[in-house]
Design a protein around this ligand. Structure first.
Ligand code: NAI
Length: 339
């Protein structure tokens, strides 16, 4: 049997943590042949919830689950970790300023980045789920100078999956037939869900929309006024309808993200992930920005899709999200959280 893979989940006593743990134990993250050891990191107030989840994991009698440890010590939690799912974060509370939010999260993601740097396994991969996810990933990455920057990502797969869901509904098409949707930018309302290169069973989505909505202008209008805002504001819609934030869909997207990174995107085209820019598509170097990406599997990092043509509309949407992320980066710089 192969060596078990160590997965550290922060905020494991929270809602997303609870939805994640059982799917990971069931083999949804790394496939049916890989045994897993779970490390649940919580703050002292969250330990009991995580311990309760650990008891339930035992009661699940998962054949692939090798061990579960619960701790409030980041050094222990990340010791030998192959994957880190950084879910726990400081939520924005009513009346909280952006600088206060970023500072509180700097106090979480700085030390966790440092602990990853010092204790994680050589092949560590990190995905940041806790918001503001892109900038929290930037902070963690900056505190882990010995870990290649490409190992850090921010979750925008939920936005990507939301775009797939909306497109499938609008075109009456199976989700599995859709290829090359892209989400660009920040995991926030400035994100740009882009279907201009997408296809359904090989047919360009813009053509399908033009036929269905009886005109190319109508299609563009639907994208700008209905599709993009619906996807970008879906989190708020969920809160309004169900009275609490997205949980199972966020956990599912986190599973998809790590699964596709490790096992590869195969012939399924692009997915989306927040990754460190090297200047691609005019996005300033060093920003954690969502791009269309693929993974070759086999231990590869996310690869940003190349050679995509951006029209004026796409350019302006991407620039708006760049501006927001530059603002967040400058704010965490001013706080001394990143260099
Ligand atoms: P939650 O409040 O139910 O759970 C968060 C848990 O994190 C709590 O148990 C808390 O004790 C723990 N925690 C806080 N600070 C910690 C630290 N320093 N170390 C370890 N654990 C810590 O929240 P929920 O619903 O599970 O959401 C978690 C995060 O995910 C939030 O920041 C939320 O905004 C974000 N989110 C991100 C999405 C994305 O697409 N990127 C989608 C949905 C949620």
């Amino acid at each position: 049997a192969t060596k078990p893979v160590t997965i550290t989940i922060t905020g494991a006593g929270g809602q997303i943590g609870y939805a994640l743990l059982f799917r990971i134990a069931a083999g949804d993250l790394l496939g049916p042949d890989t045994r897993v050891r779970l490390r649940l990191l919580e703050i002292p107030q969250g330990l009991k919830a995580a311990e309760g989840a650990a008891l339930e994991l035992q009661d699940g009698a998962f054949a692939l689950l090798d061990a579960v440890d619960v701790t409030d010590d980041p050094g222990r939690a990340f010791d030998g970790a192959n994957h880190a799912l950084l879910v726990g974060a400081r939520p924005r509370t009513a009346g909280m300023e952006r600088a206060d939010l970023l500072s509180a999260n700097g106090g979480i993601f700085g030390p966790q980045g440092r602990a990853i740097n010092d204790h994680a396994a050589e092949d560590i991969r990190v995905v940041v789920v806790g918001n503001p996810a892109n900038t929290n990933a930037l902070i963690a990455k900056e505190h882990a100078p010995d870990v290649p920057a490409e190992r850090f990502s921010a979750l925008t797969r939920l936005d990507h999956n939301r775009a797939l869901g909306q497109l499938a509904a609008a075109l009456d098409a199976p989700v599995g037939d859709i290829r090359n949707v892209a989400v660009w930018g920040n995991h926030s309302a400035t994100q740009f869900p882009d279907v201009s290169h997408a296809t359904v069973a090989g047919i360009p989505v813009p053509n399908l929309l033009t036929t269905r909505l009886e005109g190319a202008d109508e299609a563009l209008q639907w994208l700008a006024e209905t599709f993009i805002p619906r996807v970008a504001n879906r989190g708020a819609e969920i809160i309004e309808v169900k009275g609490s934030s997205s949980v199972a869909s966020a956990a599912s997207a986190t599973i998809d993200h790590v699964h596709d990174l490790v096992l590869g995107t195969g012939d399924r085209g692009w997915t989306s992930a927040g990754v460190v820019s090297h200047g691609e598509y005019g996005v300033p170097e060093g920003l954690v920005f969502s791009f269309p990406v693929t993974s070759a599997g086999d231990g590869a990092d996310w690869a940003i899709a190349e050679g995509i043509e951006l029209d004026g509309f796409a350019r302006s949407r991407i620039d708006a999200s760049v501006a927001e992320l530059v603002g967040e980066r400058d704010a965490v710089r001013a706080l001394g959280l990143v260099g």
